[in-house]
Design a protein around this ligand. Structure first.
Ligand code: AMP
Ligand code: GLY
Length: 424
């Protein structure tokens, strides 16, 4: 069959790499893709906001499945448009993608269906939000309701900071995404990511991961999309996984179905493992980036039947096999990221890094211009390795990082530290 993948990041390179290995695939297309994706898919220029253009492309190229990587097109309703045209999609409808697209929607769902999460209030004006902060004190968390490219969450250490955050959002810092504000309890604990496929009625747990959001070593400095990740997350014991499945994932899938918005796609739960057990921080309606790179490195099964079963509502009897080994990925970013950075620096040594034992380099912001690999984004490469332990995977990943010649790039040197330091 022919498949169209939408996206251009490291997550989509991992998806393309895995999909292309399937014997079920004739041609894999990717819109728009990147320099690495071009090695395993036919990259095409398509404006994915123009749903008619995407549908025409699918009809012209016998596309039987569209796999949507990022959240933006899903929240914009690309799955609805394609489904109406009779095309199978891996990814939720706009109504179901509200799980990521509206934090208030998800908080209300948790409240209604007894899913453990932080206590919260939803507000459409600054005065009421500030009163809630006065009543509850700090630390407290202030969030823009809508999609804000990962920047819409402010952890306020003091009441004053919370008040400023409320003003900042209502004054339009995140545009329409900040028309509503969620203020919630600050939860203490270790964070982990949990991934499951849902076909609308049934779910299939995938695996656990942890990422490093902060730009600096020791997890300090501004937040980024993620500077590295590993899977599995040692904090997630089998008992905790069972609790997350029963108390969080299962009731969410049932609730979405119950509300008439059956959720089809990957459900990415950001969790806080608190002293009172796991609680939901937020949902994403897509794979994590860079978590996807480590998850798919560990997936032994063909991914395509799983994507199709998710899209067609046939997950009930599906299963997935995993490699026991740990996968770890180090993000190499352009100096300056997550602030301002230059585009167009040249990168060497990627081929050599890919040849190393149990190592793979996924591309994010790269382009081949005049036959030279160039950095054209903030996060640029995801150097990924497998190992029997996190430490072994980490060692391999950094050996590969050190073969890459890119003076304008940087990475954290401590990816995986929490898992490595953890007492068994
Ligand atoms: P989000 O975009 O909702 O994942 O939030 C970004 C980050 O903010 C999370 O990964 C957490 O580190 C942190 N965070 C969000 N909500 C809370 C909360 N209620 N308590 C503590 N930390 C939080
Ligand atoms: N790495 C976190 C995310 O994809 O949201």
């Amino acid at each position: 069959m022919n498949i169209l993948l939408i996206g251009s990041g490291g997550r989509e390179h991992a998806l393309a790499w895995k999909i292309a290995q399937s014997p079920l695939v004739n041609t894999l297309y990717c819109a728009p893709g990147n320099a690495g994706i071009a090695d395993c898919a036919k990259c095409v220029a398509l404006n994915t906001s123009e749903h008619k253009d995407v549908i025409d492309f699918c009809n012209d190229n016998n596309i039987e499945l569209v796999v949507v990587g990022p959240e933006g097109p899903l929240v914009e309703g690309i799955a609805d448009a394609l489904n109406s045209a009779g095309i199978n999609v891996f990814g939720p409808s706009a109504a179901a993608a509200q799980l990521e697209g509206s934090k208030g929607f998800t908080k209300d769902l948790c409240a209604r269906y007894n899913i453990p999460t932080a206590a919260y209030g939803r507000f459409t004006n600054a005065l009421d939000a500030k009163n809630y902060v006065e009543t509850n004190g700090a630390p407290i968390v202030v969030k823009a309701d809508g999609l804000a490219a990962g920047k819409g969450v402010i952890i306020a250490e003091t009441v004053k900071e919370a008040m400023e955050a409320i003003d900042f959002i209502f004054e339009g810092a995140f545009g329409n995404a900040g028309a509503e504000v969620v203020v919630e309890e600050f939860m203490e604990g270790e964070e982990a990511s949990f991934f499951a496929l849902s076909d609308g009625h049934h779910f299939l747990s995938l695996a656990t991961a942890q990422d490093h959001k902060a730009v600096g070593e020791g997890d300090v400095g501004p937040n980024t999309g993620g500077m590295g990740a590993y899977s599995p997350a040692p904090v997630m014991t089998p008992a905790l996984i069972e609790t997350v499945e029963q108390d969080i994932i299962k009731p969410t899938v049932a609730a979405m179905d119950d509300m008439g918005h059956p959720y089809k796609g990957v459900l990415f739960a950001g969790l806080m493992i608190t002293a009172d057990g796991p609680k939901l921080i937020e949902y994403n309606c897509r794979f994590g980036d860079p978590e996807c790179q480590v998850l798919l490195s560990r997936l032994k099964s063909d991914i395509v039947p799983l994507l199709i079963a998710t899209a067609k509502g046939n997950l009930k009897n599906a299963s997935a096999d995993w490699y026991e080994d740990t996968a770890l990925t180090v993000v190499m970013a352009t100096k300056g990221y997550p602030g301002k950075y230059e585009k167009g620096s040249h990168i060497g040594g990627v081929e050599a890094a890919t040849q190393l034992e149990q190592t793979h380099v996924f591309h994010a912001g790269t382009a081949n211009i005049d036959n030279v690999l160039q950095a054209v984004g903030g996060r640029v490469l995801n150097v990924t390795a497998m190992g029997e332990s996190t430490r072994e995977a980490q060692k391999r990943a950094y050996i590969a990082v050190d073969t890459i010649e890119w003076p304008e790039g940087f990475c954290r040197r401590d990816i995986g530290w929490r898992a490595i330091e953890r007492k068994p």
